[in-house]
Design a protein around this ligand. Structure first.
Ligand code: SF4
Length: 289
């Protein structure tokens, strides 16, 4: 089984699998539709099916993004930041700036989020809120009046992949994750293969490819990418305009220009807070500070 996202890494993975061949078994290709996908990505799936003569199953997210955002909260800045803000809010936090020991007494069972808020993970730790300059001061002066959470990913991506795996029951689960991507997804793995007992083995055939390797492969074998790259000028695909994305402003611009319906949908579920401010604007401020 191979997860196909319609992005550049998954294009190379698919090309590699089909080029090398898999004579002893079929590959079940599956695309997980988060509910906030570029039309260009969906068109690209059709193109891939035709080019390689394969079939890619489209699977709806277990909890699509618009529903996940309503249910849990809006993604904000990064998964880590959103997770801590979610936990603080859950404990009725009043966004006060006070010493850790005092806050720990007032909000028990919320220790790690409070450590983050109070910069208590060690002087130079990247785990501290200090890493986002002025975020704490901003939050304290402008307590968020909308829920924030990283759980949208849980329902739209992780739970969807888990459910697919349970139903399809593959011998081997293949993904196009690369170490050079960075971020939580890539750093969760140490090598290109895991043989877990009780679960399908995991294979990441392009794990060690740098960006330049992937591009060289693409040039050598004529791998075509979706319009998200070649026409919209984006450097990644995935959930459109998510504030977790490094270049979500560029995604917003592209959606506005090329896919106005998607732009409206992204604004509807990720941007408006009903109070005149936009979460995107707030996130943008802290991305650049
Ligand atoms: S990437 Fe963003 S929009 Fe997509 S599931 Fe995760 S939090 Fe939600």
């Amino acid at each position: 089984m191979t997860a196909i996202s319609g992005g550049a890494d998954s294009d190379v993975t698919l090309d590699m699998l089909e080029r090398i061949g898999h004579p002893l078994s079929e590959v079940h290709y599956a695309f997980y539709d988060s509910g906030l996908e570029f039309e260009a990505t969906k068109r690209h799936l059709d193109f891939l099916e035709e080019k390689y003569g394969v079939s890619i199953e489209r699977r709806k997210a277990k909890v699509p993004v618009p529903l996940g955002v309503k249910r849990f909260g809006v993604p904000f800045l990064s998964k880590k930041v959103s997770d801590y803000l979610y936990r603080l809010r859950l404990h009725g936090f009043q966004w006060e700036i006070k010493p850790f020991e005092k806050l720990r007494l007032k909000y028990p069972r919320c220790e790690s989020a409070l450590r983050w808020w109070c910069n208590e993970w060690g002087e130079n730790s990247r785990m501290n809120i200090r890493r986002r300059r002025w975020l704490r001061e901003f939050m304290s002066e402008n307590p968020p009046d909308f829920p924030i959470s990283d759980r949208c990913c849980e329902g739209a991506k992780k739970a969807t992949a888990k459910r697919a795996e349970k139903e399809i029951r593959p011998d081997l689960a293949v993904t196009g994750v690369r170490k050079a991507e960075g971020g939580a997804r890539a750093s969760a793995y140490r090598s290109c293969f895991d043989g877990d007992s009780g679960r399908p083995d995991r294979f990441r055939p392009i794990f060690w490819l740098k960006d330049s390797d992937r591009d060289a492969y693409g040039r050598a074998f004529g791998v075509a990418h979706s319009d998200c790259y070649s026409v919209y000028g984006l450097t990644r695909t995935g959930c459109a305009c998510c504030p977790f994305g490094r270049n979500f402003e560029a995604e917003l611009e592209a959606a506005k220009k090329y896919e106005p319906k998607l732009y409206a949908a992204a604004g509807e579920c990720l941007e408006k807070d009903g109070g005149g401010k936009t979460k995107f604007a707030i996130a943008e401020t802290f991305t650049f500070l």
